[in-house]
Design a protein around this ligand. Structure first.
Ligand code: MRU
Length: 359
C-alpha cells in the first residue's frame, strides 16, 4: 500500500525553464495565450519582455508568477551590468527593473514577495557573484514550489478521500507551478492511484482559463473531466453531482480570506448552500502576513478583456463593462486550506504558515 501512496505521476506539462548560466542564459516560457491551439516556447533574454509576458498572461498563476519574477531578476541584473553606462549606476538600473517586475500584476502576492526576497538575500553582492546568487535563489524557489506541490497533492488526496467528483475554477495546475499544481495536484494523484476522478471544469469567464487551460492539462494527463459554463455549477450541486470543490489562490490574508480568480466566491457560496466542502490549495508563498483581510488586497481590473474575447461584435458598441480579475472569498466559507504543511482551518491559521512572506 505504501508504494502507490509515495509515488507521484509525472507533470503533464512544463510551463517554464531556465536554460544556461546567469551570463548567457535565457528564460523559456510556454506561451499560455496560445493554448490549447499551439504549444510555443518563448525564449526571453530581456526582463522587460517577461514583464510584458506577465501582463498579457503568457505566464500566469500565483506560484509561476513568483518563479518567473525570480528568474527575470537574473536578466535584469545582467542588463544592468551590460548597459552602456557607468557601472556605479548598475544598482539603480537593477532596482528599476526589479520594481517593474514586482508590480507587473497587483493581486498575486507571490510576485512581489519573490522579487523582494531575492533582493534581500543578494543585497551587498556585486557583479558575477550577484548574478550567480540570483540564479541560485530562483532555482531554490522553483525547487521549493515543486516540493510544495507534491506535499499539497498528498494532503489534498487524503482530505478528498472518496470525494472524486470535484469542481474546480480557473487553472491551478501544472501550468502554474513547476510540479503538479496546487488545486489540481490532489486530483492527479488520486487519478494516478486508480480513483474514479471526474473533474467539473468551470470555463472561467472572461478569459477562459478553465476551458482553455485546465481542460488542456487534464486531457494530457488522461483525467476525466467535463467543461461547464460557470453558472452551471450550482445546479449540478443541487442534483448531487459534486462531492467537493477545490481551487487555488492568489493571496491568503492573515484572517484567512482568500483572493482568487473572479467567480471563486460564487463557487464557495454555492458549496455552502449545498453543504459541499470548499477547499483552497495554496503553498506558503501565497500567504501574506502583511495583508489583514481580503478587502485590503488590490484587485486587478483587466479593462477590455471581456469585450475583446467575448463581446466583440455582440455587445452594443461602447457598452460599459466592469472587469475585476479576482474576488474575495471570506475565510468562513473555506472548509480547509490545503498547504504543504497540511490542511489548515482558515479561521485558525498558525503564524508559521506565513513564514515565506516575512522575507
Ligand atoms: O489571472 P490568472 O490566470 O493569473 O489567475 C490565476 C488564478 O486565479 C489561480 O487560481 C491562482 O493564481 C492560483 S494558481 C496555483
Amino acid at each position: 500500500v505504501s508504494e502507490p501512496h509515495a509515488a507521484l505521476p509525472p507533470s503533464p506539462v512544463t510551463p517554464l525553464a531556465w536554460q544556461g548560466g546567469w551570463r548567457d542564459g535565457a528564460l523559456a516560457l510556454l506561451d499560455q495565450t496560445l493554448l490549447p491551439r499551439e504549444e510555443r516556447m518563448l525564449r526571453r533574454r530581456a526582463s522587460a519582455e517577461v514583464v510584458t509576458d506577465i501582463q498579457r498572461l503568457a505566464v500566469r498563476g500565483a506560484p509561476l508568477l513568483g518563479i518567473a519574477g525570480a528568474y527575470a531578476l537574473v536578466l535584469a541584473w545582467r542588463e544592468a551590468l551590460e548597459a552602456p553606462a557607468p557601472t556605479s549606476e548598475a544598482e539603480a538600473r537593477f532596482a528599476a527593473g526589479a520594481r517593474s517586475l514586482a508590480h507587473a500584476r497587483p493581486t498575486a502576492v507571490n510576485l512581489p514577495w519573490a522579487v523582494a526576497s531575492a533582493l534581500a538575500r543578494t543585497r551587498g553582492l556585486g557583479g558575477a557573484e550577484r548574478g550567480e546568487a540570483l540564479l541560485a535563489h530562483a532555482r531554490a524557489l522553483e525547487a521549493q514550489e515543486r516540493a510544495a506541490c507534491a506535499a499539497i497533492a498528498r494532503h489534498g488526496a487524503d482530505l478528498l478521500g472518496t470525494r472524486t467528483r470535484v469542481l474546480t475554477h480557473c487553472n491551478a495546475g501544472a501550468l502554474v507551478t513547476p510540479g503538479l499544481g496546487t488545486a489540481l495536484a490532489p486530483l492527479y494523484l488520486l487519478h494516478h492511484r486508480g480513483a474514479p476522478v471526474h473533474v467539473w471544469v468551470d470555463e472561467t469567464r472572461p478569459l477562459l482559463q478553465g476551458l482553455r487551460l485546465t481542460a488542456y492539462e487534464l486531457g494530457k494527463a488522461g483525467v476525466a473531466h467535463t467543461v461547464i459554463a460557470d453558472d452551471v455549477a450550482p445546479g449540478l450541486m443541487r442534483q448531487g453531482l459534486v462531492d467537493a470543490a477545490i481551487v487555488g489562490a492568489d493571496r491568503v490574508c492573515r484572517n484567512g480570506d482568500v483572493v482568487n480568480k473572479v467567480g471563486t466566491y460564487a463557487v464557495a457560496l454555492a458549496c455552502r448552500a449545498h453543504d459541499i466542502p470548499f477547499y483552497v490549495a495554496a503553498p506558503r508563498t501565497t500567504f501574506d502576513a502583511a495583508t489583514a483581510r481580503g478587502a485590503d488586497v488590490p484587485i486587478e481590473e483587466r479593462r477590455g478583456d471581456a469585450a475583446r474575447y467575448l463581446l466583440a461584435g455582440t455587445a452594443p458598441p461602447g457598452a460599459p463593462t466592469f472587469e475585476p480579475a479576482f474576488d474575495v472569498t471570506p475565510a468562513a466559507l473555506v472548509t480547509a486550506l490545503v498547504t504543504e504543511a497540511g490542511a489548515l482551518d482558515p479561521l485558525r491559521l498558525p503564524s508559521s504558515i506565513f513564514g515565506a512572506s516575512r522575507g
